[in-house]
Design a binder for this molecule. Structure first.
Ligand code: SF4
Ligand code: SF4
Ligand code: FES
Length: 265
């Protein structure tokens, strides 16, 4: 959600203030429409920066600014184009005559459960999210996803009971909620997929044996002495240790290089 903090129309070119963006010399401005009102903004900015340039301040609807947190979901149309577009405000660059609005939160049913008490089966998912079977395979969710995730396909995988496939297909989900905003079956796709990933990660994914061994070694105190020594060192000693560390050659074939000091391997 945004809050307007200063007068609407940008009259003369000026610097963005929200993130101290330095505009290229002679940057051109273009018209965009934010919640129905026209603003002239530099053509090089992302939607998020352009909104800040126009005087909006993000209280909600912004987080990482790096395409990871899913807080800045945005919907827009372009003048003369029937198509509805979706994007992340922090990643999508403005275009002339974009009509845009933010969807920082979209209501979607989220089931309550204790993962420790669930069986890693499709039935667990079906009982918590029976609406899964309301999917009509329209694919609107996939078209809306700013992460290019095959949303309909992971829902289809779950309908077939394939938790692993759903977990893998949905791995890049950033929980923005845009898929749910388009669903005529009223599914909360991303919450369902999150449950699939949790079940897969906790119960189904094969364990990494080497990682288990290393954790046991840590718990048995194998590294305690080394850590003790490191914490006693001065900054200069640590710097020297770092500078003289053994490094794998850039062109070493995988698995062929070993350090001379193997005490902690
Ligand atoms: S699957 Fe849905 S919630 Fe996840 S990134 Fe795509 S649109 Fe957003
Ligand atoms: S938008 Fe909803 S109904 Fe359409 S394919 Fe996606 S999950 Fe199924
Ligand atoms: S602010 Fe986090 S994805 Fe855009």
């Amino acid at each position: 959600m945004t809050e307007k903090t200063q007068s609407s129309q940008a009259q003369a070119p000026r610097m963005a203030t929200g993130d101290r963006t330095i505009l290229p010399e002679g940057a051109k401005t273009i018209p965009v429409y934010i919640m129905g009102k026209r603003y002239d903004v530099p053509e090089t900015l992302t939607i998020m920066k352009a909104m800040e340039y126009a005087g909006f301040r993000f209280i909600r609807g912004a987080g990482c600014r790096g395409g990871i947190c899913g807080a800045c979901a945005t919907v827009y149309r372009k003048a003369g184009d029937y198509k509805l577009y979706f994007g992340l405000a922090c990643q999508t660059v403005v275009e002339p005559n974009m009509y845009l609005t933010q969807i920082p939160f979209y209501p979607a049913n989220r089931a309550a459960y204790n993962i420790e008490e669930l069986e890693p089966t499709a039935d667990s998912i079906y009982s918590l999210y029976p609406e899964l079977f309301r999917c009509v395979a329209c694919n609107a969710c996939t078209k809306a996803c700013p992460m290019d995730i095959q949303v309909m396909d992971y829902i289809a995988a779950l309908k077939q009971g394939d938790i692993e496939k759903a977990a893998r297909l949905s791995f890049d989900c950033i929980q923005c909620g845009l898929c749910a905003s388009r669903c005529m079956g009223e599914l909360p796709q991303y919450h369902i997929a999150q449950l699939a990933r949790r079940l897969y990660g906790k119960y189904l994914q094969p364990r990494a044996e080497h990682l288990k061994k290393r954790v046991e070694e840590i718990q048995a105190g194998k590294y305690d002495k080394m850590l003790e020594e490191l914490t006693q060192m001065s900054k200069e000693e640590l710097q020297k240790l770092y500078d003289e560390r053994e490094r794998e050659p850039d062109l070493a074939s995988p698995g062929t290089w070993m350090p001379k000091d193997t005490r902690y391997l």
